[in-house]
Design a protein around this ligand. Structure first.
Ligand code: SRM
Ligand code: SF4
Length: 571
């Protein structure tokens, strides 16, 4: 495919790797068969991402292994493709078994509603993928320069319209899947496809310039942080029916400290479509980015930069030309919250769901907190399904009245029945994985979160704010995997125990926060925020969230805000 990007700059190395890969095969099979090392070549490293796999090493062991003259402790992370975060109890049991047999053995619920395995040794990758396949699960396109795991509101039965939104999210996920058989050949031993018989009608042989993320939201809940997506669909309900979607484009959070050319950006509203136009508009957005995204600089390659550079009006024109229809003017919508519902709630069909808080989405057994065992026992008796939420929590869904006391009893038996009674700060907190597996981490995140929460909980308790929902999100680097720039308190790692502190996001996910202190320790952050939290408790206006209070009183008034209010009318 010829790129229409007018540039004389050379393409980045990843483009050459994709071109030479014969639709994502490259040297993967040979590298994975090489038992002399736990590592893989750089080409394989890049291509594995399209198969949902990352080569990592245990960073806790790096120094000791180096001193001993040994290879790094290599292993793989695998991310499952799970549109809308929905899994059956049978699939849960398979994933639990596979984690025990072939991985760390914890399971990690991610901020995009799926599972990650960590610590998979090279020889265990194939049996793990094959085990998932038996349970009708795969990791195709869970990472890489393609449409990633599609997000959707996690509690479909609560409202019949959510069921339709989930179906559209799943439909887009399937539509935008790469068509190469590379995954099946390499991991599932399907027969090799002779060269030239396959093609990628949507992507072309070099796929996208960069990752591409899509999500669906149903106002008033913005649980999927829709404005952080490259492509978002905001459901519009009229007369009790799904009228269609406002399409939004160009959100993205990753940036680098101190590099103004990289930035977090909220998506722009493009216009309104009917439900039957979801895939057509998605394909038009995706192929516009495919052809105009910057393939010469991976730090400038996301859709947000294409739109920031060329303007939303140009982008809309190009998308409409490709789709073959004109978008209607966007329709009004209002978001009020990002929060997961916790505890028991009744669904539209009379069944129940239980929202269970899981700190950082980490499912493991530790003394006094046997979450993995408890959830396995629930999976063994559960007849509904599981929904992974964008806040790294779990919804046990479609529970019958008979099943309800059994689930309560399992949680109580393991001492997990009080998880939802924690402070609202804790219930809403997110952290990315960071150390020891993430190769990009500059500071701790998941491992630091319990301590960070305890410190802030003390301050909030003193101010009488234990039951106030304040969003706090921590990441180990500015890539923003726990969406920290949409948190009322965002802590973004820059060095060991040094974080950039961001304040002032709106609680409903429609305004980014802003840098308040560029480099502070956690204790500094607590010291800085203590008087502000105390003042907030005394001075806030009725209904004013902590982010809004900081925006109004703490942050400099002249700074530019990127905020989403009512949708801009489509041209
Ligand atoms: Fe992320 C890279 C973990 C959601 C922005 N992310 C990574 C890697 C793969 C590190 C790497 O490239 O070597 C991390 C693996 C850590 C580990 O050991 O598991 C990683 N990202 C995660 C997860 C697991 C965080 C979590 O704790 O849940 C999330 C998996 C989502 C999923 O299921 O697909 C995760 N990452 C996000 C999000 C949030 C979202 O999408 O809603 C973002 C910000 C939104 C965005 O994309 O703009 C995000 N991750 C990044 C970036 C920066 C991208 C950019 O445009 O600059 C990177 C680095 C990169 O791509 O170069 C990255
Ligand atoms: Fe790793 Fe940074 Fe993402 Fe955290 S935010 S998981 S440290 S890439």
């Amino acid at each position: 495919m010829s790129s229409e990007t007018a540039t004389t700059k050379p393409l980045v190395a990843n483009e050459g790797i994709k071109t030479a890969s014969h639709l994502l095969r490259g040297p993967i099979a040979a590298d994975m068969a090489d038992t002399s090392t736990g590592a893989v070549s750089e080409d394989t490293n890049q291509l594995l991402k399209f198969h949902g796999l990352y080569s990592q090493d245990d960073r806790d062991q790096r120094i000791a292994l180096k001193k001993a003259g040994q290879e790094k402790a290599y292993s793989f992370m695998l991310r499952v493709r799970l549109p809308g975060g929905k899994a059956t109890p049978a699939q849960w049991i398979v994933l639990d078994n596979l984690a025990n047999q072939f991985a760390s053995p914890s399971l990690r619920l991610t901020t995009r509603q799926t599972f990650q395995f960590h610590g998979i040794l090279k020889g265990n990758v194939k049996p793990l993928v094959q085990g998932m396949h038996q349970a009708l699960l795969d990791s195709i396109a869970a990472c890489g320069d393609v449409n990633r795991n599609v997000m959707a509101p996690p509690n479909p039965e609560q409202d019949p319209i959510l069921e339709q939104v989930y179906a559209d999210a799943r439909g887009w996920s399937e539509f935008a899947l790469p068509k190469t058989r590379a995954y099946h050949e390499i991991w599932l031993d399907d027969e090799l496809v002779a060269g030239g018989e396959e093609n990628e009608p949507l992507y072309g042989p070099t796929y996208l310039p960069r990752k591409f993320k899509a999500g669906f939201a149903l106002p008033p809940r913005n649980d999927v942080d829709i404005f952080s997506q490259d492509l978002g669909y905001i459901a519009i309900v009229e007369d009790g029916k799904l009228a269609g979607y406002n399409v939004i484009v160009g959100g993205g959070l990753g940036m680098n400290h101190g590099n103004a050319e990289t930035f977090a950006r909220l998506a722009d509203v493009l216009g309104f479509i009917t439900p039957d136009q979801v895939n057509a508009i998605g394909a038009a957005v995706l192929t516009t980015q495919r052809d105009f995204g910057d393939r010469t600089n991976r730090k400038h390659a996301r859709l947000k930069y294409t739109i920031a550079d060329r303007g939303i009006d140009w982008f809309r024109g190009e998308v409409e030309r490709r789709a073959g229809f004109t978008l209607q003017p966007a329709r009004p919508f209002t978001f009020t919250t990002i929060e997961d519902p916790h505890g028991w709630h009744q669904n539209a069909d009379g069944t129940w769901f239980y929202g269970l808080h899981i700190l950082s989405g980490r499912i493991k057994d530790v003394d006094g907190w046997p979450m993995k065992t408890a959830l396995r026992e629930i999976a063994e008796i559960h007849t509904g399904d599981f929904r992974l939420t964008p806040s790294q929590n779990l919804t046990i869904s479609g529970v019958t009245a008979e099943e309800k006391p059994k689930i309560d009893a399992i949680l109580a038996k393991h001492g997990l029945d009080k998880e939802n009674e924690r402070s609202r700060l804790r219930l809403n907190a997110l952290s990315c994985v960071a150390l020891p597996t993430c190769g990009l981490a500059l500071a701790e995140s998941e491992r630091a979160l319990p301590d960070i929460l305890e410190k802030f909980e003390t301050v909030l308790d003193d101010a009488g704010l234990r039951d106030d929902a304040i969003s706090l999100r921590v990441t180990g680097c500015p890539n923003g995997c726990a969406r920290p720039y949409l948190a009322e308190i965002g802590l973004v790692g820059r060095a060991p125990n040094k974080y950039a502190l961001f304040l002032g996001a709106r609680y409903d996910g429609t305004r980014l926060n802003r840098l308040f202190a560029p480099s502070v320790t956690i204790d500094d952050a607590v010291t800085l925020l203590t008087p502000i939290i105390k003042r907030y408790a005394l001075e806030r206006q009725p209904g004013e969230g902590f982010g809004d209070y900081c925006d109004r009183t703490v942050l400099p008034a002249d700074a530019t805000l990127h905020s989403v209010g009512t949708p801009a009318p489509a041209a």
